[in-house]
Design a protein around this ligand. Structure first.
Ligand code: ADP
Ligand code: MG
Ligand code: MG
Length: 902
């Protein structure tokens, strides 16, 4: 930083000196103004003060050495070029001062237009505009208003109020009905307001106006709203903003002038066409401020055909140059078109896919590039059901889309009520000012969560995302009154029992039940929409990009599925096998009784009988799954959770026993169960008797499962199918554990499989840190590793997911201890390092060791990129995440230069 403060350091760039790659230095706006200038487009001349100057200012509280001189020099050059002097009393040069950071950011200082006007130059401006007094005084009052508000923090309402009064005096609602005298009067009123709030006269010195405005832009980087926004969007706090000083052009010179905004295609759907708004005889913000009604851009063709044609030409040129959808701001001054801004435009998830597809058709980008233009988060968004909105439904509030989805339901204000109504089968939306850990049960019961406070990292947002539940947070137009069981919004009162609908993608809140429609993208993945035969641009684009991703990716994508139905669905979604088939559910329902017998067995004979009864049931489960996954690998995890999870809860048993005893019934069995539950109680079940430990302690349990798997595979083969079972031993921490299980399993497999040709692999989960650190040894006994990154994260960090997400994660996120929950996206530095070590040492010990991941991270976009980099063979995720993982696995290859990263 110190070196940058020397006199030589370049802090100011003329538009002709920059280009679009210099966003870090010149901010987005400045870099793109420079790019357009160098393309020869009509951009009013100007210069950009760099983000480095801002950083230096913010670090020291004063302008860095050399900055003032460089501004002076660039201003002089600008004055020479324009043949005018800033604020000259005869023929003034006027400029706008515009902030522009690397990322566009609400809450930063807005623009000040017309800098350079004062009591004298306003007269000169009028003369130059052909004695257009109205225009000159209108420009002057705008300067005082914007300068007062944004540079000197004069409350904006005061100016608005004075303007309203002036219109009221004229009995009009239209700014244009105010004549020069009215506006001159308004300037006086504005000056008084300025004086009242700042204790000084409105500065008349043009250069002082300029310097104060520049400084205010620098300081606006640390405005409260900007700081909050950055934290929420995870934008680094030290980037700083650039400042653009741009020669003013005037859209308010009369009916042959005007200003507008446009998109080069529809940012909502991606459709080609002309999308924009135009407002004649207006300046800057008027278009978006909604002061007067704009007209669709197409109407400019009638108003000013030559500007319209030129604009369309420029838009086409920009698209071709940026090879993407652009949005633009322009102004027409007496029939002359000026470009004031462009950038690659924001768009919806659907438009992102559609536009990427179109640009390929137009030959502007190739399919690799198209793949980079979309992402898994967008695809996931498109897979949620959506609200079917027509004009009947207008949002009443807009908060932050904290967890996507569309949910309608009855409003409740307490967790208890949510649980109650949900138990009756009702869909409920839990509405709170903010949530806290006490609300957890209500959040689980609710279909969606709506809060009036808090951002993307609030308790509500973090927990809802963890649960995959729709959530809108921070809808601050809503006034929640929990004791009175109601909220008010836009003058309406909503009480408990009313229905609302919330959109966790857009953050919008609607009163009443908005109908929900299924996702076309899901229908396509399910095979019920044929992309070749329907007229649906989105589905066609998704199909095309997914096909390309599949062709590119090196990672295989499997699914986590426990039933034949899940397996079948995931296969339609493109799963190439099962990476995790949990067997615990096979011990539930009417099989609980067998598990109880197993646990209570006193003699080996009783235990064997229980296992023998479970065997055919398990075998049937596996047969169904192997059938659905014919020809593809299926990783079956031997039973993992502690067995007492399959017994009734202690309290319930205790009550049952007491009641039965009271009635004098035979309670021998219940008493035995109760004793077992007491005996098996664990303080930390997550770290207790589970996984491989269970297999080593309960004779015959794993053996039964291994036998069921092998027999099912053989039966599948006999019926002409191909089963590829991979038996996975959970929670291994030492190779000796695996060796013991393996020795027994191999015997059984050899006996069952015989010469059927079935091959059964035996491997392990790597989910205990010790396993990762001794992976070289463990690989000697394992044909594959599958990283269980949920447990690896829990044990790596030493916190249990169920306890911590609701308890303190919001605070950790707020403090920036992590930017995103390590359960959502893998912690590359810590847990990721364990994965890396295990992958490297495992492969060193056993070349060709198969590596996969089966935690929820397998479907998280950023984590998929990490697993690609580490060189795993596959990721496995829930069926709905399979397309996301396929897309991201393809993107990971293109992003890393198209090469195999292993
Ligand atoms: P924002 O980032 O909020 O869009 P801008 O700096 O783009 O702020 O400016 C706000 C408005 O003022 C825009 O409509 C812009 O086109 C207009 N504007 C900015 N500079 C000039 C200028 N030199 N001449 C005319 N209008 C301008
Ligand atoms: Mg703008
Ligand atoms: Mg586990």
């Amino acid at each position: 930083m110190a070196a940058q403060e020397t006199v030589d350091h370049k802090y100011v760039y003329d538009f002709s000196e920059g280009n679009k790659e210099l966003k870090d230095l010149l901010g987005g706006k400045g870099a793109n103004l420079a790019e357009m200038t160098n393309l020869g487009l009509p951009v009013p001349p100007g210069f950009t003060i760099t983000t480095e100057a801002c950083q230096a200012y913010l670090a020291t509280g004063r302008e860095p050495d050399g900055l003032a001189g460089q501004i002076e020099a660039h201003l002089e050059a600008l004055e020479r070029e324009m043949g005018k002097r800033l604020g000259d009393s005869q023929d003034p040069l006027l400029v706008s001062v515009r902030s522009g950071a690397k990322f566009s950011m609400p809450g930063m200082m807005e623009t000040v237009l017309n800098v350079g006007l004062n009591d004298e130059s306003v007269v000169g401006l009028s003369a130059q505009a052909g004695q257009n007094d109205r225009f000159a005084w209108d420009s002057y009052r705008r300067l005082i208003q914007m300068f007062g508000k944004t540079v000197c923090e004069v409350p904006g309402e005061e100016f608005e109020h004075a303007l309203d009064e002036a219109k009221h005096a004229k009995a009009t609602h239209n700014d244009l009905d105010l004549d020069a005298d009215d506006l001159r009067g308004l300037v006086d009123a504005y000056k008084k307001i300025f004086l009242k709030h700042t204790g000084r006269e409105f500065p008349q010195q043009p250069r002082e106006q300029l310097d104060l405005a520049i400084r205010a832009v620098f300081e606006s980087w640390n405005a409260e709203r900007a700081v909050l926004y950055r934290r929420q969007e995870r934008i680094p706090a030290d980037l700083g903003t650039a400042v653009n000083v741009v020669t003013m052009v005037f859209g308010n010179l009369g009916p042959d002038s005007g200003t507008g905004v446009a998109f080069t295609r529809d940012p909502a759907s991606g459709a080609q066409g002309i999308y924009g708004d135009y407002l004649a005889n207006a300046q800057g913000e008027d278009v978006v401020a909604g002061i007067r009604n704009t007209v669709p851009l197409q109407e400019l063709e009638q108003l000013d055909k030559s500007s319209y044609d030129e604009l369309l030409g420029i838009m086409a040129r920009l698209e071709e140059h940026y090879k993407d959808l652009c949005d633009i701001e322009f102004t027409i001054e007496r029939g002359k078109l000026w470009m004031l801004q462009t950038r690659v435009g924001k768009r919806t998830a659907a438009a992102a896919f559609v536009i990427a597809g179109q640009l390929v058709d137009e030959g502007l980008i190739d399919l690799d590039e198209a793949l980079l233009r979309v992402n898994g988060a967008q695809l996931a968004q498109l897979m949620f059901p959506r609200f079917q909105l027509d004009h009947e439904f207008q949002p009443v509030a807009k908060g932050i889309g904290a967890s996507p989805g569309a949910a309608s339901g009855t409003v409740v204000f307490t967790s208890a009520r949510a649980v109650e109504l949900a138990a009756e089968g009702e869909s409920v939306i839990l509405v709170r000012r903010e949530t806290n850990p006490d609300d957890l049960n209500g959040m689980i019961a609710a279909k969606g969560i709506l809060t009036s406070r808090g951002g993307k990292t609030s308790h509500a947002a973090v927990v809802a995302r963890g649960m995959g539940k729709t959530c809108v947070s921070g809808a601050d137009e809503i006034e929640v009154n929990v004791p009175a069981k109601r909220f008010t919004v836009a003058g309406q009162t909503v009480t408990e029992g009313d229905v609302v609908s919330i959109d966790g993608t857009t953050g919008k809140v609607y009163l009443g039940e908005v109908p929900v429609m299924p996702s076309e993208v899901v229908q396509y993945f399910e095979g019920s929409l044929d992309p070749e035969h329907i007229d649906n641009a989105l589905v066609r684009a998704v199909h095309r990009i997914m096909t390309h991703a599949d062709g590119k990716r090196r990672l295989a994508v499997r699914t986590n599925a426990d039933t034949g139905a899940d397996a079948a669905r995931a296969r339609r979604f493109g799963a190439e096998g099962i990476g995790l088939c949990r067997t615990e559910h096979m011990f539930l329902g009417d099989r609980r009784e067998l598990v109880e017998r197993l646990i209570l067995a006193r003699a080996p004979g009783e235990r064997e009988a229980a296992l023998a009864a479970l065997l055919p049931l398990q075998r049937a489960d596996f047969e169904e799954i192997f059938r659905e996954m014919d020809g593809l690998p299926v990783t079956v995890r031997l039973i993992d959770p502690p067995l007492h999870e399959f017994l009734p809860p202690l309290e319930q048993l205790a009550v049952n026993v007491a009641v039965a005893q009271e009635r004098g019934e035979d309670v021998a069995k219940e008493e035995a169960l109760l004793a077992a539950v007491r005996r098996m109680h664990e303080e930390n079940p997550m770290l207790g008797l589970r996984g491989v430990r269970l297999g080593l302690v309960i004779p015959g349990l794993f053996a039964m499962q291994v036998r069921a798997i092998a027999e099912a595979a053989v039966s599948c083969a006999r019926n002409g199918g191909v089963a590829k079972p991979e038996i996975m031993v959970p929670l291994v921490g030492a190779v000796q554990e695996l060796e013991t299980v393996r020795a027994e399993a191999e015997k059984i497999i050899a006996e069952v499989v015989g010469d059927s040709g079935v091959e059964v692999l035996i491997g392990t989960m790597i989910e205990v840190p010790r396993a990762a650190l001794t992976a070289g040894q463990i690989a000697e006994a394992a044909e594959f590793f599958s990283f269980g990154t949920n447990d690896l994260t829990q044990m790596g960090w030493g916190f249990s997911r169920d306890d911590v997400e609701g308890a303190f994660f919001w605070r950790y996120l707020e403090l920036g201890i992590f930017g995103i929950s390590p359960f959502e996206s893998i912690d590359r530095d810590g847990v990721g390092r364990l994965v890396r070590i295990a992958a490297e040492e495992g492969r060193a010990a056993r070349p060709g060791l198969k590596l996969g991941v089966c935690g929820e991270h397998g479907g998280d976009p950023d984590s998929v990129h990490f697993f690609h980099e580490v060189g795993l063979d596959y990721v496995s995720c829930s069926p709905f995440r399979v397309p996301v993982a396929r897309l991201e696995a393809g993107r990971a290859v293109v992003e890393s230069g198209g090469s195999d990263s292993r």
